[in-house]
Design a protein. Structure first.
Length: 562
């Protein structure tokens, strides 16, 4: 029978410690919450329920069967807490560290109870709500009985334990911290506004919280110290805390806990956006016959715009129209579209095998494959065919918009409109302006995007825009963790879904996007930024060479039924 933990001492009642202590108390255990002094204890009482025995001094841990340290991410502090607890606790006591960035092995060896010390890594949102994943970190000498007991203990709390080796950041921390740091860097560079970054990641990736709001939730001091520890441990510059995190931490702007971080939690409502002028667009054209082109054409027609879909041949145009109709048939079957609206949308949609059919369009959206040579040729032809007032847009997700613009004589009327797949379901459109895009053009596409029922997020003409620039390093790092054998495929995906509340695991998402598409996006990002985090994981190249491309070939990281 595994060792039980009827009495648990939690040292440090910050966000993680308070969430854990509360959950433990709700499970019926005796919980002793320990803080460093009376002042910290007074603040901690507001974060934990009355069931937690709050006190000062590690002597109170003498009766504990399990001691969990949840103090700030500094090695000497964590070692000191566990060493002093070990001096007063009996031989059977198990010790756990909640570190994200430090080495559990180093903490265990220096605090004196190496075989009886484990890592217990979870974010406050997981501990406070639901049945998410907790990473249990073993060292090379962890007693198997201790690991078994803590695994059973976590499961009894209604959480899902997954055992991980002592890799920097484990899985959840390694992937989440680099992603959050990248978002802070994007904000610091002024590339996109705070709300636009968070909106893009929520709507573009289905995340429950944007990265800057998530930084505020975790605490900017916690994230900064974790990143610093991971950078020192790995040398990976993706973990070097961006300057804005350092500045905000030093200023005491730590997020929700202090009432202000990236957001001001005293404000009642955000500042409204400036209203854009109405659009003069009456007819929309779409170039292409693939999934993105047909999806965009469906969105436009369902929004009430006469829409012309131009493909390479008449046959391809007819196939594309059939794909749109079948998509809307499925929407009717699922109760998301009425038969009347289906018929009305199809009545607004026409197809043609020639670009000349777009001559009467006020806005043309190019949605062909990610090949800049092909796109430039199409934009040159569109410039010849379309009226002078027409706005030309590319739906590229990784190529430079300016390269399309300079293929025309109207670079001021060229813009990026990055829809997300599947376009009929996804609500986000990234609007990428080049240095030559006019205000009138930007206003027009923002207005049209709103009329399509989508949320427009402005950004500059930079590879990956917002979503892909933050998403693909995260996906790439997940592939590297899998390739290195740090964790299994299922554990990596479970850690991010159950541990960080992401809607899909990163390896699942790579399969959905397509490994060939993902590789092409990473190559474009690396070409522009020369950042090692964009250097594609070798496993991606191997899988693409083997035509294991994900869902589209029925095999990738997972296997799928055709």
């Amino acid at each position: 029978m595994a060792q039980e933990f009827p009495t648990v001492a939690v040292v440090g009642l910050g966000a993680v410690g308070a969430a854990l202590a509360t959950r433990l108390a709700e499970s019926g255990r005796r919980v002793i919450g320990i803080e460093r002094d009376a002042s910290a204890l007074a603040a901690a009482r507001d974060r934990v329920g009355g069931q937690v025995e709050c006190t000062v001094g590690l002597g109170a841990a003498a009766d504990a069967d399990l001691v969990v340290e949840a103090v700030p991410e500094r090695l000497p502090l964590k070692v000191d807490v566990l060493a002093r607890a070990g001096a007063v606790c009996p031989d059977h006591t198990v010790f756990a560290t909640t570190t994200t960035g430090l080495s559990v092995t180093k903490i265990a060896s220096r605090s004196g109870r190496m075989a009886r010390t484990v890592g217990l890594h979870a974010f406050p949102s997981v501990l406070g709500n639901g049945n998410g994943v907790v990473e249990l970190v073993r060292t090379p000498v962890t007693d198997p009985a201790v690991l078994a007991a803590t695994t059973e203990f976590v499961a009894e709390l209604g959480l899902a334990p997954t055992v991980i080796g002592d890799h920097p950041g484990f899985v959840g921390g390694a992937l989440l911290m680099a992603y959050l740091n990248g978002a802070a860097a994007m904000y610091e560079q002024g590339y996109a506004a705070r709300d636009d970054i968070d909106t893009a990641m929520r709507l573009g990736c289905g995340l429950p919280t944007g990265p800057l709001a998530q930084l505020d939730q975790i605490g900017l001091d916690v994230v900064h110290d974790t990143l610093e520890a991971m950078h020192e441990r790995t040398g990976d510059r993706g973990y070097a805390p961006t300057q804005v995190l350092t500045t905000m931490r030093d200023a005491g702007l730590l997020g929700r806990k202090t009432g202000r971080g990236f957001y001001d939690y005293g404000s009642k409502s955000p500042t409204p956006r400036e209203e854009l002028p109405p659009s003069q667009v009456a007819v929309i054209g779409v170039v292409g016959a693939g999934t993105m082109a047909t999806g965009i054409a469906e969105v436009c027609a369902r929004a009430g715009y006469p829409t012309v879909l131009a493909a390479r041949t008449d046959v391809r145009a007819k196939e594309a129209l059939r794909a749109v109709e079948e998509s809307m048939d499925r929407a009717v079957h699922r109760g998301r579209l009425s038969t009347v609206d289906h018929q009305a949308a199809m009545g607004l949609l026409s197809g043609d095998g020639e670009l000349d059919a777009l001559a009467g369009c006020d806005l043309v959206i190019e949605a062909v494959r990610e090949d800049i040579t092909v796109k430039r040729r199409i934009f040159g032809e569109l410039d010849r065919v379309c009226a002078d007032h027409a706005v030309l847009a590319t739906s590229t997700s990784s190529l430079p918009v300016i390269a399309c613009a300079t293929a025309t004589r109207r670079p001021d009327r060229v813009v990026g409109m990055h829809f997300f797949n599947p376009a009929p379901a996804m609500r986000l459109v990234e609007i990428a302006r080049t240095d030559l895009t006019s205000e009138a053009t930007a206003s027009t596409v923002h207005s049209v995007t709103a009329a399509l029922g989508r949320t427009a997020v402005p950004c500059g003409d930079r590879a990956g825009f917002i979503v892909n620039a933050l998403l693909f390093p995260y996906l790439n790092n997940a592939a590297k963790l899998f390739d290195a054998g740090v964790a299994t495929r299922d554990d990596i995906d479970a850690a991010m879904k159950g541990g960080c509340n992401f809607p899909m695991g990163p390896l699942e998402l790579l399969d959905l996007v397509g490994l060939d598409t993902s590789l092409a996006i990473l190559e474009a990002l690396y070409e522009e930024f020369k950042d090692p985090n964009y250097a594609a994981a070798p496993i991606l190249r191997r899988m693409v060479s083997a035509e294991r491309l994900g869902r589209k070939t029925a095999v990738g990281f997972y296997e799928y039924k055709r």
